[in-house]
Design a protein around this ligand. Structure first.
Ligand code: SF4
Length: 318
């Protein structure tokens, strides 16, 4: 039953026969790449849904669509999965028009109407409030997101929503992890599923396993009518920019590092950190039983060989 979430869409015998013909092997490379990308996106979203029990029978899932590539991608992939999921659930696309100057209010209603799905556009002028309250030159994001959050919770109640789906992806989650570690002194990321601060809503992030670069490619392929995110005139947080730059540089120098770091988020060993609230160091007792996987104490940790820096790898390959 779970496989229906993650398996590739079934090919008909005719499709398969056609794929085996010499003509198929000449299929433009780009087309094959896009097909692989679609399969990967569906599989990764399906896997997150299973692993964290994100969507259940009868759910009404509110997909928050901002007009950015991530939320368009989220809606698109969830609609695909809805068709083949082993359970029934509804999707309601919701956009909050915050009355930012120049916001093209017609784009989302037109796009969503064409899809023929249930949607709701909530219009609330939070932009004027934020402008009035926040002194010129100060970042507006904190108040803006607080207002947005309250409105979305209310809309979710009015629409009888059971899950609120947000478009954060793997890279957002890692960036948040490093932001909390470097600037907040906490080992804390962005959860794939949580109970909202008002205690009344379950929030899910079905793109948790998805890389941002895949969402960029998917958005280009699907030609989503992207709405620029700079309309409010607010700058992206400088600390987040710095983290993004750092991660980008790491990935360039050591390809695959982002993936390894993401795996680490799912492989936490509290007994080897230092939070006494998460592990009972004080109450540690001898077991008297040898454990092959236990700590060797004096031996250095055995780790896989480091990947070659990108430049070195390129030189070897050329
Ligand atoms: S970037 Fe603009 S719209 Fe987004 S949270 Fe900040 S102030 Fe609000």
């Amino acid at each position: 039953m779970n496989a229906a979430w993650t398996d590739a869409p079934t090919e008909t015998p005719t499709d398969q026969a056609a794929a085996d013909t010499p003509a198929a092997s000449k299929k433009p490379k780009i087309e094959r790449e896009i097909h692989k990308l679609e399969k990967r996106l569906c599989r990764q979203v399906g896997q997150a849904i299973i692993d964290f029990n994100m969507i259940e029978e009868g759910d009404r899932v509110m997909v928050c669509v901002s007009g950015g590539k991530d939320s368009f991608g989220l809606l698109d992939i969830l609609l695909k999965l809805q068709k083949r999921a082993p359970i029934h659930f509804d999707i309601v696309a919701v956009n909050l028009d915050q009355k930012q100057p120049g916001f093209p209010a017609h784009i989302l209603p037109e796009y969503l109407s064409k899809l023929g799905i249930e949607y709701h556009i909530e219009t609330q002028d939070t932009y004027s409030i934020v402008k009035k309250v926040v002194p010129e030159g100060k970042t507006m994001c904190s108040l803006c997101s607080r207002l947005r959050r309250g409105i979305l919770y209310r809309v979710a109640d009015e629409l009888k929503i059971t899950k609120i789906a947000l478009g954060h992806h793997r890279d957002d989650m890692l960036q948040t992890f490093f932001l909390n570690m470097f600037f907040g002194g906490k080992l804390k990321g962005m959860p794939p599923k949580l109970v909202s601060d008002d205690g009344g809503h379950i929030v899910i992030r079905p793109l948790a396993n998805v890389a941002e670069k895949d969402l960029i490619r998917w958005a280009a392929h699907r030609e989503f009518p992207i709405i620029p995110c700079s309309l409010c005139g607010s700058q992206e947080n400088l600390q987040r920019q710095e983290i993004k730059r750092m991660m980008h540089e790491w990935e360039r120098q050591y390809p695959g590092r982002t993936e390894t770091m993401f795996t680490a988020l799912q492989n936490v060993v509290p007994s080897h950190l230092m939070d006494a609230r998460r592990y009972d160091f004080k109450g540690l007792k001898l077991t008297g039983i040898p454990d092959a996987d236990g700590d060797k104490v004096f031996d250095p940790e055995e780790l896989p060989a480091p990947t070659l820096p990108g430049l070195q790898r390129l030189m070897l390959e050329s």
